[in-house]
Design a protein around this ligand. Structure first.
Ligand code: PA5
Length: 454
């Protein structure tokens, strides 16, 4: 189970100016928070509330179909190429980076136990697209095109390029190399999948992109590279049960939400840093940034997410964290047990680095995290620490699901709708207009005029 330590945000540790009297605040907000938790759980099945992500841990039917598909294609492909952007890519990227063996794509097929490599194409940089096409043998590549709306320009343009090449290389068989993940009823990808006969998985209704990692959006690629999706489901279900607890003293998502909210509102800490002490978790802050930014950035409110990785960013961002503006709340993620214990050999004992010999890199990682936390206390900067026992399917699912619930709770504290993204939609509409999509031409002239101003 995850543990949250909030004492380094308390006045007893960092003083009144920057800290919160956390016990008092938990008591002050206990009934409001309990009402929020109750209300989220009551509303979760109601259409239009966009809370279906709270049910994804129980979606056994999807798990069954995903596993069936993974076993059908088992051994047929050397590569999985995921096409998607935003919520259709970040969760998959964060979870596979965390759970697959490090440097997965550099391992031999034997080391990967015959499982495919996995690549995420989440941008439209022409050089990168071209680069991946040069690197991959498309005949041996299963393309998972993921777009809930079914018509996002970035994803669909990648798809058009790759679908065209697949057909040229494979003739009529090209469709066997495509699996689409999209909305059940709407969107162009949905129509194309029917028309051309690709295998299709659905993103359930009322699951927004940034809350979709445990729907077929994530589960399909996870199963294809051999991750244990049953354990992912178990992690979510157990965390969901814990987070149904309406007592803030027992609910870590509610605690994190309230502390972040009050740090912003009362202490001017409107930048939220997420800093795992693990390279394998390095994309979790990117996933979290989207979750936090698109959910909470509304009505001139919101917390600005900032990504960091320990220990690397001790040599980059830490100076700013300690001596820059005191406007950040830093959440550390620490791993209790790494898979590997790596000893530093006792060499160069006669030099100034001799002290490292005989210790482990694990000791060093822990010392680095401890020293960062203590230095923040010295500078009266607040932090939270989440500890996970080890990096595995169960714990990573718990972590991400906890962050989703935390986001929903803090959104209610701000009294905003965490589940829409009007600014993202506006930008999509501008793109459609500029690229000449029918039905969007009305705003083209206005756009061009504005562009001339810049
Ligand atoms: O969270 C969101 O809804 C967005 O960031 C989307 O995930 C992103 O815009 C991609 O949309 P789609 O999955 O429709 O291609």
């Amino acid at each position: 189970m995850l543990k949250l330590n909030f004492k380094n945000s308390d006045i007893s540790v960092i003083g009144e100016e920057n800290g919160l009297n956390i016990e008092n605040e938990f008591n002050n907000y206990s009934s409001q928070v309990a009402d929020i938790i109750k209300s989220l759980n009551q509303r979760k099945d109601k259409p239009g509330e966009w809370l279906q992500w709270m049910n994804l841990g129980y979606n056994e039917e999807t798990v069954w179909y995903v596993k069936e598909f993974a076993s059908l294609v088992d051994g047929r492909f050397d590569n999985i190429l995921v096409l998607g952007i935003g919520g259709s890519a970040l969760g998959g990227l964060a979870v596979t980076e965390a759970l697959l063996k490090p440097y997965w794509n550099l391992l031999t097929k034997e080391q990967r136990k015959g499982l495919p490599k996995i690549f995420f194409l989440d941008n439209i940089d022409p050089d990168s697209i071209n680069g991946i096409l040069e690197a991959l043998d498309l005949k041996k590549t299963l393309v998972n095109v993921i777009t809930k709306s079914g018509d996002t320009a970035e994803t669909m343009s990648q798809f058009m390029i790759i679908r065209d090449l697949l057909q040229k290389e494979l003739g009529d068989d090209y469709r066997k190399n495509i699996v689409a993940t999209t909305d059940k009823k709407m969107g162009i990808l949905r129509q194309l999948a029917d028309q051309e006969g690709y295998k299709i998985f659905y993103v359930p209704d009322d699951v927004g992109g940034r809350f979709s990692v445990f729907s077929s959006v994530g589960l399909v690629p996870f199963a294809l590279v051999g991750l244990d999706i049953d354990q992912i489901m178990n992690g979510i279900k157990d965390m969901d049960l814990e987070l149904k607890n309406t007592d803030i003293h027992q609910n870590i998502a509610a605690q994190g939400a309230l502390i972040n909210f009050l740090m912003d509102r009362n202490k001017g800490k409107n930048i939220s840093v997420l800093m795992p002490y693990s390279s394998r978790l390095k994309y979790i802050p990117s996933w979290f940034s989207q979750l936090w930014a698109e959910s909470l950035g509304k009505g001139n409110l919101g917390l600005t997410p900032l990504n960091a990785v320990g220990a690397t960013d001790q040599h980059s961002l830490l100076q700013l964290f300690n001596e820059g503006p005191n406007n950040k709340l830093i959440t550390f993620i620490r791993i209790k047990n790494f898979d590997t214990t790596l000893e530093i050999p006792k060499i160069f004992e006669y030099t100034g680095i001799g002290y490292l010999g005989g210790k482990t890199v694990n000791d060093l990682m822990n010392a680095e995290a401890d020293s960062t936390i203590v230095s923040l206390i010295d500078y009266k900067r607040p932090s939270l620490t989440i500890t996970i026992d080890k990096i595995d399917e169960y714990n990573i699912a718990q972590l991400l699901y906890m962050f989703e619930v935390q986001t929903a709770i803090i959104g209610e504290l701000y009294n905003i709708n965490s589940f829409d993204q009007p600014a993202v939609e506006q930008s999509k509409n501008y793109i459609y207009a500029l690229m000449g999509r029918a039905g969007f031409d009305g705003s083209v002239e206005v756009l061009r005029e504005k562009l001339e101003l810049v």
